[in-house]
Ligand binder design. Structure first.
Ligand code: PLP
Length: 239
């Protein structure tokens, strides 16, 4: 078994145990394998080991890596988990199956227009800046309900759920609880939260999707791809 296959299995086993401990169905949480900065061969190793859902945080990088893999594995599901600029909306709609980082009305508007134009409809999650960190993307928690409403009523976008990246320091639990609460009161089924350092805690607090990179693919050099907008949360678990 490759390192990646073994690490994937270890993460899946930990997910299972966390779900059972929380009295949840182990199938209730989906693993999004975050492959940013890692080469296509690493993604291929994960695909060979049965993983099908992947996350990337940059449109350009994903565009270089994934079209061939998607042709080869038609059931591959690709999530955009990083900030999306308006000038990348066309590429994002063409490539991604889920866009987790919608955080402003103007972006929702661009996405709605492009989906209508292209006839392709990726699922949409709204990113919530639960820690109200000025350097981080995401809608302010106080404005989340309003953004859900604008997406639904003004742009006819079907919002599936919410995503958050808690502050790098401190207890993530209040952030996980806040995200789950905003999702519940808006009737949103998908809650994307938890990374390598805290995914078991996220599962205990209702995550339906966890986004795990370094625990599967190993460390990232310098973690530049996270960018300041994403914060440096949860550094790699591996040397
Ligand atoms: C990089 C990244 C992750 C995965 O982080 P790890 O700590 O490597 O598991 C999750 N979510 C987002 C938005 C990221 O940018």
């Amino acid at each position: 078994m490759s390192d990646i296959a073994a690490d994937l299995k270890a993460v899946r086993d930990r997910m299972d145990a966390a779900a059972r401990a929380a009295g949840r169905d182990p199938a209730a949480a989906t693993l999004v394998a975050v492959s940013k900065t890692h080469p296509a061969e690493a993604v291929r190793a994960a695909l060979t080991a049965g993983q099908r859902v992947f996350g990337e945080n940059r449109v350009q990088e994903a565009k270089a890596k994934f079209p061939d893999l998607k042709a080869e594995f038609p059931d591959l599901e690709l999530h955009l988990i990083g900030p999306l600029q308006s000038n990348k909306v066309r590429d994002a709609v063409a490539l991604f199956d889920v866009i987790e980082s919608v955080d402003r009305p103007k972006l929702a508007h661009s996405l709605a227009d492009e989906m209508a134009r292209a006839g392709r409809h990726p699922k949409i999650l709204l990113q919530v800046n639960t820690g109200r960190e000025s350097q981080k993307a995401g809608v302010d928690p106080d404005q989340a309900d309003a953004l859900v409403a604008v997406c639904r009523e003004q742009y006819r976008l079907r919002v599936e759920g919410l995503m958050c990246i808690p502050p790098a320091e401190g207890d993530p639990v209040p952030h996980f609880c806040l995200l789950a609460e905003i999702a519940a009161r808006n009737g949103l089924a998908v809650v994307s939260m938890g990374m390598s350092g805290d995914f078991e805690t996220a599962i205990a607090h209702g995550a339906t999707h966890i986004r795990v990179g370094s625990a599967i693919f190993g460390g990232r050099p310098q973690d530049k791809a996270m960018g300041s907008a994403q914060g440096g949360a949860h550094e790699s678990l591996k040397p």
